[in-house]
Write a protein that binds this ligand. Structure first.
Ligand SMILES: Nc1ncnc2c1ncn2[C@@H]1O[C@H](COP(=O)(O)OP(=O)(O)OP(=O)(O)O)[C@@H](O)[C@H]1O
Length: 378
């Protein structure tokens, strides 16, 4: 079922929670609504569900205009963060609930309901727990039951609000994979809310990045990461380090630190301009001396092994940055250099994005190919 959202807006009192926004969701697509707290994700999801009315605009499911339809007539499935299972009902009764409350003429027979519940429990691989009560389940199991319950009435649209928010990292990951598999197998259309960028990038066909009640960018995960169209998206999607630079003699300077401008900036209209360089945490060389390309001294304040990499937290020496810098190194590179807390090191960017103070579009920089190219935007 495709979903068309057209000029939807919402205010609470004087507060504009959603500015008029539009979004086209294809049948069978999985869409992640990603954004910081308060950006309007849940409000948008609730409006799609019919749990909240919009002030303006129109919503269509396939050919059906559902703008003024009651939640129960929209035929969507919901899953919320806090499971919301009925505590006094067994797992099987929880899953059957949506079917039991259907009007008599739509309700399947008792035998059919039983069969469907067992099938759903098989699908979420929990049929052996059919007679347990929610209090006897783990968080991950409860959430899978909540999903089975949401799917019982065979909705064509599934809406999920931080479905895995309350679970630990490992279970989250497993459930993510499992949900994606189920989505592909059953072919429903899903919209889920998350503030976890990894979750959004891993699970979604397209990600909708929101801030302050607006849609900042809509794109496939790879494209979003490679071509953020604003500082906000860049910042939100990946541990960016920001270098504020003023141009002098072919370099960006910040007090004692400097970075050589890459070739090609002029053609892109960003030559000899002051602005900010955004550099992701893995886009650096590190060394014990400055290089011909950059003199960026930093002091190591923390060393944290994170999976396959080591994250160094660093503060600038004799130059200014508002944030702690983070650099991710493969273990090999880290071991070779034997970095220690308190030590001074130098970083040299390999690639980054340049946002000139007077420009709206970023320029993609690549010192390795000595090029600056216009970042493609959605
Ligand atoms: N019923 C309400 N009455 C008043 N303000 C509300 C109401 N619901 C939401 N808001 C406000 O609207 C804004 C958007 O809220 P929303 O819950 O959609 O954000 P969110 O992006 O889902 O945030 P979170 O990730 O924290 O859940 C917030 O500033 C919130 O305080």
């Amino acid at each position: 079922m495709s979903i068309l959202i057209e000029n939807i807006s919402k205010t609470f009192g004087h507060f504009q929670a959603l500015s008029p926004l539009s979004l086209d969701i294809n049948e069978g697509e999985m869409i992640g609504l990603l954004g910081p707290s308060g950006s309007g994700k849940t409000t948008l999801l609730r409006i799609i569900a019919g749990l909240e009315g919009a002030d303006t605009g129109r919503i269509q499911f396939g050919d059906r205009d559902v703008t003024n339809l009651h939640v129960r007539d929209r035929r969507v499935g919901f899953v919320f963060q806090n499971y919301a299972l009925f505590r006094h009902m067994t797992v099987a009764d929880n899953v059957a609930f949506g079917l039991e409350v259907l009007p008599r003429k739509e309700r399947p027979s008792a035998t059919e309901i039983k069969k469907r519940v067992m099938h759903l429990l098989d699908m979420v691989q929990l049929s052996h727990l059919a007679n347990r009560f929610p209090s006897q389940l783990s968080g991950g199991q409860k959430q899978r039951i909540a999903l089975a319950r949401a799917l019982a009435t065979q909705p064509e649209v599934l809406l999920l609000d931080e479905p895995f928010g309350a679970l630990d990292a490992k279970v989250r990951k497993e459930l993510r994979r499992w949900l994606r598999g189920l989505h592909d197998e059953l072919g429903f259309t899903s919209v889920f809310v998350t503030h976890d960028q990894e979750e959004a990038l891993e699970l979604s066909d397209r990600v909708v990045v929101m801030s302050n009640g607006n849609i900042e960018q809509i794109d496939q995960p790879g494209a979003l990461y490679a071509s953020p169209n604003s500082r906000f998206v860049f910042d939100f999607l990946g541990n960016a380090n920001v270098f504020e630079g003023n141009v002098e003699n072919g370099k960006w300077h910040n007090q004692q630190a400097n970075i050589v401008l890459p070739a090609g900036l002029e053609e892109k209209g960003a030559g000899e301009k002051d602005g900010q360089l955004y550099i992701r945490s893995h886009e650096f060389f590190v060394s014990k001396e400055p290089t011909a390309q950059a003199n960026l001294p930093l002091r190591v304040i923390a060393i944290n092994p994170i999976g396959a990499e080591v994250r160094l937290e660093l503060t600038p020496i004799d130059w200014q940055s508002n944030d702690v810098w983070e650099i991710d190194l493969p273990h090999k590179a880290f071991d070779k250099n034997c970095f220690e807390k308190g030590q001074t090191l130098y970083v040299t960017p390999k690639a980054g994005y340049f946002f000139a103070h007077d420009a709206t579009q970023p320029v993609l920089l690549n010192w390795e190919t000595e090029k600056a190219v216009a970042a493609t935007t959605a």
